[in-house]
Design a protein. Structure first.
Length: 62
């Protein structure tokens, strides 16, 4: 198996980033790994956001 196929990525809440009138400062972020060969595009996963207090869409950031 080749070395360096799995990379660490950061997932960021899309609603916290775009909502200007949010309740608390900050953006919900998660870190995870993905396989570069199987998933070439950016990941989009529904995760729990502690700032929105509900499950929202989290997208991969650079």
């Amino acid at each position: 198996m080749a070395k360096g196929v799995r990379i660490i990525i950061t997932l960021e809440c899309t609603e916290c980033r775009t909502n200007v009138a949010k309740r608390s400062p900050g953006v919900s972020r998660y870190t995870t790994q993905k396989n570069r060969r199987n998933t070439t595009g950016r990941l989009e996963i529904k995760k729990f956001c502690t700032h929105c207090n509900r499950h929202t869409l989290h997208k991969e950031t650079k």
